[in-house]
Design a protein around this ligand. Sequence first.
Ligand SMILES: NC(=O)c1ccc[n+]([C@@H]2O[C@H](COP(=O)([O-])OP(=O)(O)OC[C@H]3O[C@@H](n4cnc5c(N)ncnc54)[C@H](O)[C@@H]3O)[C@@H](O)[C@H]2O)c1
Length: 251
Amino acid sequence: MAKFPELAAKRVMVTGAASGIGYATAERFANEGAHVFLVDRDGAALSAAKGKHPGFKGSFVADVASEGDVKASFAAMDGLLGGIDVLVSNAGISVRSNFVDITYEQWKRVMDINLGGMFLTSREAAIRMKKQKAGVILMTASSNGTEGHRWYADYNASKAGVILLMKTMALELAPDVRVNCVCPGYVLTPMQRAEYTDEMLAATNEGIPMKRHAEPEEIGALYAFLASDDARYFTGADIRLDGGETAGLYS
Ligand SMILES: NC(=O)c1ccc[n+]([C@@H]2O[C@H](COP(=O)([O-])OP(=O)(O)OC[C@H]3O[C@@H](n4cnc5c(N)ncnc54)[C@H](O)[C@@H]3O)[C@@H](O)[C@H]2O)c1
């Protein structure tokens, strides 16, 4: 059931939409009646996702770290839907590594996708939204961007960068365009399952005040709220959705 009727027919791009948080967010916007355009670099997963909801109006295979791919995906969305009202820039990767084992190639790949991808997609969205004097840009950062977490130095630095990119854009684009990011804690997605055994998941859950990972749909629900009129005074905010993970100095 739609909770935010003003999202009906809004043109929404979600990146990293074939899996995890991105898919759940795309589905949530489609359930709100939005016209959703899915972007992902995984063509097979994207075409499987595309048919799953009538609100999924279009899709485009793109690497968000490629300027050409990003421009082409926005051009495709312009052609199909006539523009964009909401961007959820979400695609990202993580590689669990000891700091001393991070190669410069890995560092650059993580930065290019997690931070460069947010820059490229949000710049294309901002160009369009400034012209129409309206729009909402949302990004997936992480609690890894607000506190240090072992074994993810490159990822943490990229997510901290996303937070300050978001804040600077919010200053420049207000009052017409709102820009915010969500900092999820641990979310049970294929990304998380790829790097955590069942034992690691159980040990992590023990340390989270809410005693569990977030469901991807819980992140999608926050994105729908942030795009809605109820969130009209939200801009420049990095919003933690982490079950209390970062609430205390020592848990
Ligand atoms: N899972 C977590 O615990 C967690 C916590 C905080 C933040 N995040 C962030 O949430 C976002 C989504 O993560 P998820 O857990 O849903 O992961 P996921 O691996 O389930 O989904 C990520 C999707 O992004 C796509 N993708 C990856 N690189 C891409 C690229 N260069 N271009 C286009 N698409 C690309 C993948 O193909 C995949 O479909 C990421 O930015 C991640 O850093 C995840």
